[in-house]
Write a protein that binds this ligand. Structure first.
Ligand SMILES: [Zn+2]
Length: 1026
């Protein structure tokens, strides 16, 4: 899946809090002892004597022994009694067995032995009756009216016992294939379905448990092999979104069986499951369509299924439709043959609509792009991009795309950026459709989203993570491949995007509320929350770091080809990837050893540099904005120095190893004549660096003399690292300003945009604290003005990078109300209104519309234009303009329209809230709006989803006072199960505290510095001309 537009990030919560509360809230439960022979039982029995078993060699037990042990326990047998007779002698437990050591006793040994036996026996008894969690870090959850030997089964909707308690499904039965027949009724917003599920039995069991939510099952039959089908009762347990069939006789290992379910359901009115959507064409006719979004957990809302990524199967999908509709699914249209590949359920998709395609044959695959008929002319670029990228990936991965066709479909109302369903990729209109005369920036959006989704056809679809804890294997990879492939296929579009997203994810990952790339998740909310920038951008960043560090061009590529080929069609965990990369590395590099800390720990290291003579010492520590327990990494450090600092040949490597938890530093030599060192060449590593006073001074001096002694990535990373260190309180704000002084010579996009973004964050915080004097000082301060002075024109056509720079500078200049900027923008808007065939260049639209929207009259004109426009990228820029008004009545109107979903699709609401929250007039308003409409928001976007994460971040990040902190805390703690335990809430609270701290620390310095500067004569205002 790809994100769209607004940032989507989140924060952390103690895992046990989530689990405990789940347990306490579980409804309708009764206690009983349930006899069990199915090995799945082992995994879900209440935590009883697990620690004892583990301590005495559980690892040596095979499945049968586990069965035996569990049955024994159920029969009330003592573990001690049976272990001596049943355990093989290789078991560590048996080795400790006292009977052997006492074989020829002396009297003294006898006494010792007896004593030892008594001690061992009593300790074992104590351990046996203590719950396993007694010895874990988190201790035992509060619960338990039950004894350790009892199982807790919930009640199904019909009042019978539901035979399964866990959120994860049992492993005894696996699906092999599905046959789905669906009949959607778009007039009544319902659909009927028949699901025929072929399964094989992997362990003897007397139940089949699978997923199903909000499905009205009217009939169910079951048969074993070719035997007769008989009716069965399907039990439903809504809390776990599961259904089950119980049998009086056990199904046997190796048997094949078929479950056929007839059901009906409503089409979903949200953005997941099988949902309905509509659009109105130019003539005013409304068209209804239906589409799916199943990732991560919503396939179960469309058909009964084993809805976990590891339960792969084939699918045969038939959809009955009216004549004027087209149906699309994973396999070719209207044939809908069985999928030729095993697929996870979240990748199944279907669309019922009146779309029309353009197509092209690419190396044996029919590639088509679909849109609503009147936007067909906007599909050409996507077809071209998809074709080129498909060819690139076929070669790069050395595995051909396995299906006969690949459809890319623009859905009028779609929440994510796009979704990689195998053979049927769905997109927002804005991420797929661009006009012929669109700007490079608009094309960049389309090309990168297409590149991301196509990469998933291998990473995610062909090889899938076993469970959502390793979502990064899908998303981190697709994100990395998106940038890598763009660089190869569309080098003119690959600019600063990847660099700036790496900075942003580090900002989030420096919070204590962050989480490791690979994190245990169980509940649906936790799974939803995995879709954040840590899985995506941090995942991509550590892959970049590895690729940049491995010697030789092709080593990384060879490793991933090996991984894809070895695990093709199956499921993997993080270690499988590192093992594949280790296998191909020459000279041998233990990739697992180096990379495991990067996926298992949250956050990243700070590397401090100190020099004495020719010796350089690097010391690492966990970079955290809120102090806490620290972690250590194995860091592939790169560095350059003043004798050679720009070309890739200048790069030198040093592996900063960790040894246990106390050796945290390493040394290497450089000639004493070296004036300065810059670590993390081109910022390909996922760590930040503090050079110490001398090191920073040397770098700042060098930059002030000659900007081009470092690559632009290195310059941007110095700015980013310096701000991060200042936010942590490690360097003074004075030091930050001394580095920024060099930027008046800066001409590259990345360093300028990074400096402006950081300064603007401070400016916006000051605004919300109503420090208007300080703001006006800052506005005329050279840091802003000098950078803005590089603006020369609104109209010059340049390359993508220059366009980005121009767009960033003008946005800043106009938002600071620099008169020559706003005047030019207003003129452009007037010209456009009088003659709409003269389109405003894509990179300038947002600035121009935002300026226009400040006047009430122009806002209304813009709103009408928004309603008429069919060019999606432009429409989005108009919306950004509309939401940036400072007129509170108009803000209320746009927020409410976003919620209503008629004129403005509800998919845009997170973007609107984000824009409104940035302005002074709107930030309190947006916070209020979110509180009042919370229930409607989580109904539309689901608790934990990236849309909700983004909304929380947008409305809370402008706060920096205790009063606001208290308000935010009070609101979210009042929500309880409606979202109080989301990571993003923890992140929000931490961010407000840090904002508050920064203000306390730096406000007086800032006041002093700015007043001093203001009293000095100022340079001229920057020039903006046409
Ligand atoms: Zn993705």
């Amino acid at each position: 899946m790809a994100f769209f537009c607004v940032f989507a990030e989140s924060a952390n919560l103690p895992r046990n809090m989530i689990e405990n509360s789940m347990f306490e809230e579980e409804p309708d439960v009764v206690d009983l002892t349930f006899p069990a022979l199915d090995p799945d039982e082992i995994t879900y029995e209440p935590r009883s004597s697990r620690l004892l078993v583990r301590g005495l060699g559980e690892n040596d037990m095979d499945e049968d022994e586990e069965d035996c042990e569990s049955s024994a326990r159920l029969l009330g047998m003592s573990f001690m009694n049976r272990s001596s007779s049943h355990r093989p002698s290789s078991s560590p437990y048996t080795r400790q067995s006292p009977s052997r050591s006492c074989s020829r006793p002396t009297a003294r040994t006898m006494v010792a032995c007896v004593l030892f036996l008594v001690i061992v026996a009593s300790m074992t008894m104590v351990l046996y009756f203590l719950p396993g969690c007694t010895f874990t870090k988190d201790g035992c959850p509060k619960r338990n009216k039950t004894t350790p030997l009892e199982l807790v089964y919930p009640l199904a909707t019909n009042g019978e016992l539901f035979p399964w308690t866990q959120l994860r499904l049992p492993q005894s039965v696996h699906p092999l294939s599905y046959e789905l027949t669906l009949t959607p009724d778009l007039d009544n917003m319902t659909f009927a379905g028949i699901a025929v599920i072929n399964m094989s039995v992997l362990h003897n069991t007397n139940r089949i448990v699978l997923h199903g939510l909000n499905l009205n099952i009217s009939n169910a039959t079951f048969k074993i092999g070719d035997g007769p089908a008989s009716n069965v009762t399907v039990l439903q347990y809504k809390a776990n979104q599961q259904i089950a069939v119980k049998f009086t006789e056990y199904l046997k290992v190796g048997q094949y069986c078929v479950l056929t379910l007839t059901y009906s359901a409503n089409l979903s009115s949200t953005y997941d499951g099988f949902y309905s959507s509509s659009y109105t064409d130019k003539s005013g006719t409304k068209h209804i369509l239906a589409a799916t979004q199943f990732e991560p957990l919503s396939a179960r809302k469309a058909f009964p299924c084993f809805d976990e990524p590891a339960f792969k199967a084939t699918f045969l999908i038939k959809i009955n439709r009216k004549q004027n509709y087209t149906t699309l699914s994973n396999m070719p249209q209207d044939e809908f043959e069985r999928t030729s590949v095993n697929m996870s359920t979240y990748l199944v998709a279907f669309v019922v609509a009146n779309f029309s395609p353009i197509s092209k044959n690419v190396s044996g695959t029919l590639v088509s792009v679909y849109s609503v008929p009147e936007k067909k002319e906007h599909t050409e670029y996507a077809l071209e991009a998809a074709s080129k990228l498909l060819e690139f990936y076929n070669t790069f991965f050395d595995i051909d795309y396995p299906l006969k066709k690949l459809d890319l479909v623009a859905i009028p109302d779609f929440l994510a950026g796009a979704m990689e369903n195998w053979g049927l990729i769905t997109f927002r209109e804005t991420t797929l459709l661009v006009g012929k005369d669109s700007s490079p920036l608009e094309k960049q959006v389309v090309a990168s989203v297409v590149a991301h989704e196509l990469a998933h056809q291998w990473f995610g679809n062909l090889v899938t993570m076993r469970w959502w804890n390793d979502l990064w294997l899908n998303e981190g990879f697709a994100t990395y491949m998106q940038y890598l492939s763009l660089q190869e296929v569309f080098p003119e579009l690959q600019e600063n995007l990847f660099l700036s997203v790496r900075f942003r994810v580090m900002d989030k990952d420096a919070l204590i509320s962050s989480h490791p790339v690979s994190t245990a998740v169980v509940t649906p909310e936790q799974v939803e929350e995995m879709f954040d920038s840590v899985s995506y951008e941090k995942g991509a960043s550590i892959l970049l770091m590895l690729n940049a560090y491995l010697p030789g061009e092709q080593q990384f590529r060879k490793g991933i080809i090996q991984y894809l080929k070895q695990f093709s069609g199956s499921n993997t965990e993080t270690n499988n990837l590192w093992d594949s990369l280790t296998q191909v590395s020459t000279p041998h590099q233990n990739v697992s050893e180096m990379m495991s800390s990067w996926t298992s720990l949250k956050g990243f290291p700070l590397v401090s540099v100190s020099r004495k003579g020719d010796e350089v010492t690097l010391t690492q520590e966990h970079f955290l904005l809120t102090p806490a327990n620290a972690s250590l990494w194995e860091i592939p450090v790169t560095y350059v120095n003043d004798s050679c600092s720009v070309g890739p040949e200048c790069r030198q490597n040093f592996l900063l190893k960790k040894h246990f938890s106390f050796v945290i530093s390493g040394t290497f030599k450089v000639p004493e004549s070296v004036k300065w060192l810059k670590l993390n060449y081109q910022n390909t590593g996922y760590y930040i660096v503090d050079y110490g006073d001398d090191g920073w001074t040397a770098l700042i001096n060098a930059l002030s003399t000659n900007v081009s002694i470092l690559t632009f990535e290195d310059r941007a990373s110095l700015i980013h690292n310096m701000f991060a260190l200042s936010r942590q309180g490690r360097v003074s704000f004075r030091r930050v300003l001394s580095l920024l002084n060099y930027t008046y010579k800066e001409t590259e996009t990345a360093p300028v945009t990074e400096a402006l973004l950081q300064l603007n964050n401070i400016y916006r915080l000051l605004e919300k604290r109503q420090e208007f004097d300080l703001m006006s000082c800052m506005k005329v301060h050279q840091l802003f003005s000098n950078n803005l002075a590089t603006i020369t024109s609104f109209l010059n056509k340049e390359n993508l990078s220059k366009q980005e720079l121009r767009s960033a500078l003008l946005s800043m200049a106009c938002s600071l109300e620099k008169e020559n900027c706003t005047q030019s923008a207003n003129d452009m808007f007037k010209q456009y209104v009088s003659n709409q065939t003269r389109r405003i260049p894509g990179d300038l639209q947002q600035v121009v519309f935002s300026v226009a929207a400040q006047s009430r009259t122009d806002w209304l004109i813009l709103y009408d234009m928004y309603k008429q426009s069919t060019v999606d990228a432009e429409k989005r820029n108009m919306l950004l303009g509309l939401a940036s008004t400072q007129d509170t009545q108009l803000l209320a109107k746009i927020l409410n329209e976003g919620l209503k979903g008629d004129v403005i699709q509800t998919q845009e609401l997170p973007l609107i809230i984000n824009t409104v929250s940035r302005g002074f007039a709107g930030y309190l308003f947006a916070w209020d709006f979110v509180q009042v409409n919370w229930d409607r928001l989580i109904e539309k976007f689901l608790v934990g989803s990236f849309a909700i994460q983004s909304i929380i971040k947008s409305v809370t990040s402008p706060f920096s006072t205790q009063a606001h902190l208290d308000q935010v805390k009070a609101f979210f703690s009042s929500l309880q199960e409606r979202g109080s335990q989301m990571r993003s809430v923890q992140e929000a609270l931490e961010t407000i505290r840090l904002n508050q701290l920064w203000m306390e620390r730096n406000l007086s310095t800032l006041r002093e510095l700015l007043t001093k500067i203001q009293s000095q004569p100022q340079k001229e205002e920057p020039g903006v001309s046409h």
